[in-house]
Design a protein around this ligand. Structure first.
Ligand SMILES: *Cc1c(COP(=O)(O)O)cnc(C)c1O
Length: 339
């Protein structure tokens, strides 16, 4: 029994999801004629109280499109130093949009409104890049699945409004935050200009992200998606998987959170472990004691068929998900407590 905790993206479509995919009504989505895609887009738009939504093959493409929507080449966006758009999108920010990132030294991937405010370049100082966008991430990936304080987001929104900046949310794991904090999609739709969400993380779909926003932005997004090569045909197959995930694999995210919490408690007891970051959702980030050789530790887990991620800088990561069963959980806790 392999226990793969590298990421919540390693899940395979469940039987029910496969059935939903195989029986999905299909059409050519480039002609906007795929009923399953149209239904998913309408549903997600309504969830966030936004006029429109657009299906994307990846969260990266959805984020990159959003950044392109809100910026012109030469401009600058503000994000936390941990953010996915800066660290894990292949430099797409500069390649696709020709913009630079003003990195903020936040806490667990989250910035304060006053940090955002002081990161803005004065618009009349023409030597520095024009600031045009702020991007936040919820939950934070590199920040260990931490959830934002909604009140701080409201304060950042007000900074954006007073400085005429766009506000984008990378909500790849927003679902996890909503469950952990008992918040609503509507609350997020109220504040952000654009939001990307992923179906291929905790929700367990094989592929798929959606970007929401207003009519004007989404019209432009359609063209950008085409330019990036994201115009696809009978992808109702994938949209059906995403819809199925919302119907049947959403509420169970709380089980992932519970398991992650239990893993963190056992890790905390281990001699080899120096510290464990507080667990709020499905991500556990921990550090080993300096005298413990990282590769030795990882190999020992591998010998038990347990896979975890090395985040670099001494950080290791485990992510719980749909295919991490109760039996695997029991076995993992046993392996860890005996190590
Ligand atoms: C996974 C992820 C994305 C999107 O990644 P894709 O693999 O392109 O779907 C974006 N932001 C965060 C925080 C993520 O964890």
């Amino acid at each position: 029994m392999q226990i793969d905790l590298r990421s919540d993206t390693v899940t395979k479509p469940s039987k029910g999801m496969m059935d939903a995919m195989m029986t999905a009504k299909l059409g050519d989505d480039v002609y906007a004629e795929d009923p399953s895609v149209n239904a998913l887009e309408a549903r997600v738009a309504a969830m966030f109280g936004k006029p429109r939504a657009l299906f994307f093959p990846s969260g990266t493409m959805a984020n990159q499109t959003a950044i392109k929507l809100h910026t012109q080449p030469g401009e600058q966006l503000i994000c936390d130093k941990y953010s996915h758009v800066y660290n894990y999108e292949g430099g797409g920010v500069s390649f696709n949009s020709g913009v630079s990132c003003q990195l903020v030294d936040g806490h667990r991937g989250m910035m304060t409104a006053s940090q955002v405010e002081s990161a803005i370049n004065p618009p009349d100082f023409y030597h520095s890049p024009m600031t045009s966008l702020v991007t936040l991430e919820n939950t934070t990936n590199k920040g260990g699945g931490a959830c934002w304080d909604y009140e701080e987001i409201i304060r950042i929104k007000s900074v954006c409004d007073s400085n005429k900046l766009g506000l984008h949310l990378d909500g790849a794991r927003l679902w996890n935050a909503l469950i952990a904090k008992s918040e609503s999609t509507q609350q997020y739709g109220d504040v952000f200009d654009t939001i990307s969400v992923c179906f291929s993380k905790g929700l367990g779909a094989p592929v798929g992200s959606v970007l929401v926003g207003n009519e004007d932005l989404m019209n432009k997004a359609l063209r950008i998606r085409k330019m990036l090569g994201g115009g696809m045909r009978q992808i109702g197959l994938l949209a059906a998987a995403a819809s199925y995930a919302l119907d049947y694999q959403y509420d169970r995210l709380k089980d992932d959170h519970q398991k992650a919490k239990e893993i963190s408690e056992v890790l905390n007891q281990m001699e080899a472990v120096f510290s464990v970051e507080p667990v709020e959702t499905n991500i556990v980030i921990f550090r080993l004691n300096p005298e413990i050789e990282e590769t030795l530790f990882l190999n020992k887990l591998k010998a038990h068929d347990v896979l975890v991620s090395d985040m670099g800088g001494g950080k290791l990561r485990m992510v719980t998900h749909l295919d991490y069963s109760d039996a695997m959980h029991i076995k993992l806790l046993e392996i860890l407590s005996k190590s």
